[in-house]
Design a protein around this ligand. Structure first.
Ligand SMILES: NC(=O)c1ccc[n+]([C@@H]2O[C@H](COP(=O)([O-])OP(=O)(O)OC[C@H]3O[C@@H](n4cnc5c(N)ncnc54)[C@H](OP(=O)(O)O)[C@@H]3O)[C@@H](O)[C@H]2O)c1
Length: 333
């Protein structure tokens, strides 16, 4: 193969919103697989909010990406050369191969996917990390009972859309919070949520009170900031809060200052943050259950697709801004 490898590396650390200058689009020599390794031609790249954290060198639960390194990311691709008995040329695999067209990886670090009946990129969304995130926070932290009320923020997104559908399948009343009328219509009409609050409509507190007249037994929090603060005040006694993400703060130099933390005490809340990659032992169960729900037609998803790897930086910033409906992907040509 004479081809070179198109890839996107981290060129600078953003202080606020990431911009084009923080990424470098470059050509590199094609990597060669060693013993036990394969060369993968990536077809799909997942864009996820956690990548913003990896661009920063602030203290976090993982090390930052080094300047000059390939941006990290989940991928689906095809094995094009193999030095490993467990993977053959032509196999479809998913792994963390980053923002690049080709990558070499240990076969053991990849998962072969059987995409029969399902588009392979679904393994980056509802049937992959975001789906497992939804499953973990809901089933392991919220533990919803039939008849209870679940509220989820960033409701039309990759994680939130799955949370709501899992909660419906568990017999709950489900309220979403999303930005804009189109997103709210989608979660109610297409995903089957019972109600949705458009936080951009300018009546956040009143609309949350109307949508949650008796409060929420589970708050699945993806956003943080003012919306999280307002929702804490709508929790019922002994509600569970699965603190999954705080995207509203990811590009802010100054974090939002909470006003309603008192609700944690007054309502005796259980508030648990979690990182889905720390619970790998539960992924097989989660993926089995998500796959079964999808096969029965009770788990649906939308995708927003950017065409071409060069579009990844702009699509990434667009996703942080809320331009995406459902899972944000890049098709790597
Ligand atoms: N803990 C874990 O292991 C784990 C794993 C995966 C994801 N997460 C977290 O889960 C959350 C959702 O991730 P995702 O992959 O499903 O992304 P997503 O929801 O598909 O996309 C991000 C969405 O966040 C919303 N958003 C952005 N800024 C906002 C703001 N200031 N206020 C309110 N909403 C805002 C936007 O939707 P609107 O247009 O509706 O505002 C945007 O579409 C993120 O916080 C992410 O970090 C955590």
């Amino acid at each position: 193969m004479n081809e070179t490898n198109l890839r996107i590396t981290l060129a600078g650390r953003p202080q606020g919103w990431p911009e084009a200058e923080h990424f470098r689009v470059e050509q590199a020599p094609l990597p060669q697989p060693g013993a036990g390794q394969v060369l993968v031609r990536n077809r799909w790249l997942s864009l996820d909010p956690y990548m913003r954290g990896r661009m920063s060198d602030a203290k976090s639960y993982v090390e930052p990406v080094a300047l000059g390194d390939v941006m990290p990311g989940g991928t689906v691709g095809e094995v094009v050369a193999s030095n490993a008995a467990s993977l053959q040329v032509g196999d479809l695999v998913t792994g963390m191969l980053g923002w690049q067209r080709y990558a070499v990886a240990d076969a053991a670090a990849l998962r072969r996917i059987d995409a029969a009946g399902v588009a392979p990129q679904a393994f980056l969304g509802a049937l992959g990390m975001p789906g497992v995130t939804a499953w973990y926070g809901l089933q392991q932290i919220c533990r919803p009972q039939p008849g209870q009320t679940v509220v989820v923020t960033a409701a039309s997104g990759a994680v939130g859309s799955v949370v709501g559908q899992l909660a419906k399948a568990a017999g709950c009343r489900v309220v979403g919070v999303a930005g804009g009328e189109r997103k709210c219509r989608h979660v109610v009409d297409e995903l089957g949520f019972d109600a949705c609050v458009d936080y951009k409509a300018g009546r956040l507190h009143d609309d949350l009170r109307d949508a949650l007249p008796d409060g929420a037994d589970c708050l699945f929090e993806n956003v943080g900031g003012e919306i999280f603060d307002a929702l804490l005040a709508r929790t019922r006694p002994f509600a569970r809060v699965a603190l999954c993400g705080m995207i509203a703060d990811y590009n802010n130099a100054e974090p939002y200052r909470m006003k309603n933390l008192r609700a944690v005490l007054v309502n005796r809340l259980l508030l648990q943050g979690f990182i889905v990659s720390e619970h790998m032992e539960l992924w097989p169960q989660a993926l089995r259950e998500l796959g079964a729900l999808a096969a029965s037609g009770r788990l649906r998803w939308r995708e927003t697709v950017a065409e071409g790897l060069e579009q990844a930086p702009a699509a990434f910033v667009g996703m942080l801004r809320g331009d995406n409906l459902g899972k944000q992907l890049v098709r790597i040509d």
